[in-house]
Design a protein around this ligand. Structure first.
Ligand SMILES: NC(=O)c1ccc[n+]([C@@H]2O[C@H](COP(=O)([O-])OP(=O)(O)OC[C@H]3O[C@@H](n4cnc5c(N)ncnc54)[C@H](O)[C@@H]3O)[C@@H](O)[C@H]2O)c1
Length: 440
């Protein structure tokens, strides 16, 4: 496994758990040292136990350079390095992937014997990338010694292990029949339990499936967010609207909860990369282009919503923020709505105190003016307003009566519609929800 970040570490640990022998390589020596010392560099429920167990039975080990790889020729090399989007063009930066592929190919060519290795791209990459990976590897290995494949990753941070062990579907694609056969065998412990494997006959199809899935999810989220704003204007209730459309199984009830906009390490970058690919092939995706614009606008409009809840001006006001991660159960703050909302509030003159159960360290650098609290409760101390940005379950069960007394003004803006609003109103809070939601 080349790259031991979110995807590499979770996938590596899960492959070990279903019986394979895994070596995880990452250039980040600090990360590997921590893993070798029994620490887990990311927050992911269940991962620590999984890694510890498989390490103790010798199924997984961690190295920070290829010199420490002294096993036989591997059946698979999974490439799980980052593919961030270029700030200006939106294009996926594939430099890490090509370097990783080249270094891995060199290593495999230096090992004794003539095994056959499938180089599998797990990173999310634009259509056509695996073909280029094949060229890179072909400089070091003869064509009969390797094949390339795509096996896009669909894990959700916070539920990553369950997503691996009980996937809706596994997608693998390769132009090589041998590679397809080997991948089918590798995933047999999961397919045997009834989890579907979609085998695509071209690499390009598997690559495109990943982007199409994420673009669709981004569209669904953005759709309900826009409708939630309309609900507020026309005296409609977005929760009832979601129920009313979601029970139609052509639509489905998932991803229909309104919020402050999508973020994270995948949807923002994958939508941009897909748009870029589509433009390059002269087949623009106008819906996805609009979704990206609408999501960005929606995040900015949250600042206006908060300002309105504060009575029109937030100048010199102190505002508490609950949640920095882009969603609950992760420490990932990449492109999180909080990173748009907080600077927006600061620009309008507010000072911010924020708390997140896992994401504070990651957010610190992007929020140089923000004060960070040690607990959710501290966020309420002497503030004029509290905004719930991320739906962490622990935010739902606070000691509201005490917090009511701690606030300068007992005003709450719930951007996720998860708080017990009836109870809050009874205590005396002024509650602002999303999309006309009244609350339970
Ligand atoms: N995080 C997710 O939820 C998720 C889900 C599905 C797909 N993906 C995709 O998977 C890929 C990896 O994402 P991530 O979140 O795990 O990224 P990450 O940044 O957490 O991890 C990437 C790791 O690769 C390492 N790396 C880079 N170059 C290397 C090299 N040459 N050799 C060894 N290690 C190297 C980095 O040090 C880093 O630890 C991306 O393409 C991403 O889009 C991510």
């Amino acid at each position: 496994m080349i790259g031991t970040g979110y995807v590499g570490l979770v996938t590596g640990a899960c492959f070990a758990e279903i019986g394979h022998s895994v070596v995880c390589m990452d250039k980040d020596k600090g990360k590997i040292d921590r893993l070798n010392n029994g620490e887990i560099p990311i927050f992911e429920p269940g991962l620590e136990e999984l890694v510890a167990h498989n390490k103790s039975i010798g199924k997984i080990r961690f190295i920070d350079n290829f010199d420490d790889f002294d096993e036989n020729i591997p059946d698979f090399v999974f490439l799980a390095v980052g593919t961030p989007s270029h700030k200006l063009t939106g294009q996926a930066d594939l430099s890490y992937l090509f370097i990783a592929a080249e270094e891995a190919a060199k290593k495999v060519s230096s090992l004794k014997g003539d095994g056959f290795t499938v180089f599998v791209t797990k990173s999310t990459v634009p259509v056509g990338t695996s073909r280029k990976v094949r060229e890179v590897i072909g400089k070091h290995l003869s064509a009969d010694r390797f094949a390339v494949a795509s096996n896009p990753e669909f894990l959700r941070e916070g539920a990553a292990i369950e997503d691996f062990m009980k996937p809706d579907r596994i997608v693998v694609g390769s132009d090589s029949e041998e590679a397809r056969r080997m991948l089918e065998k590798m995933y047999r412990p999961l397919t045997r339990q009834g989890h579907p494997l979609v085998v695509t006959s071209t690499v390009a199809t598997a690559e495109l499936i990943k982007y199409a899935a994420n673009a669709f999810l981004a569209t669904k989220i953005t759709f309900i967010n826009e409708l939630s704003r309309l609900c507020e204007k026309v005296d409609a209730r977005v929760d009832e609207l979601s129920l009313g459309i979601g029970l139609d199984d052509r639509i489905g009830d998932k991803f229909l909860n309104p919020g402050p906009g999508y973020g994270g390490s995948c949807l923002p970058k994958d939508t941009l990369a897909l748009i870029r690919t589509a433009v390059d092939f002269d087949s623009p995706l106008e819906i996805v282009e609009t979704v990206v614009r609408a999501n960005d606008r929606h995040k900015h409009l949250m600042v206006q919503k908060i300002r309105k809840a504060a009575g029109g001006s937030i100048d010199a006001k102190r505002i508490g923020i609950l949640g920095l991660a882009f969603k609950a159960h992760t420490d990932d703050v990449r492109d999180s709505p909080a990173l748009t909302i907080i600077p927006g509030l600061e620009q309008a003159g507010a000072s911010i105190v924020a708390f997140d159960p896992e994401g504070i360290d990651q957010a610190r650098e992007s929020l140089p003016h923000c004060e960070f609290a040690d607990s959710a409760e501290q966020v309420f101390d002497n503030v004029d307003l509290v905004v719930l940005v991320t739906e962490w379950p622990e935010f739902k069960t606070l000691d509201w009566s005490n917090l009511y007394k701690a606030m300068r003004n007992p005003v709450i803006v719930d951007l996720r519609n998860v708080l017990p609003h009836e109870e809050l109103r009874e205590i005396g809070f002024t509650c602002h929800t999303t999309g006309g939601y009244i609350g339970a």
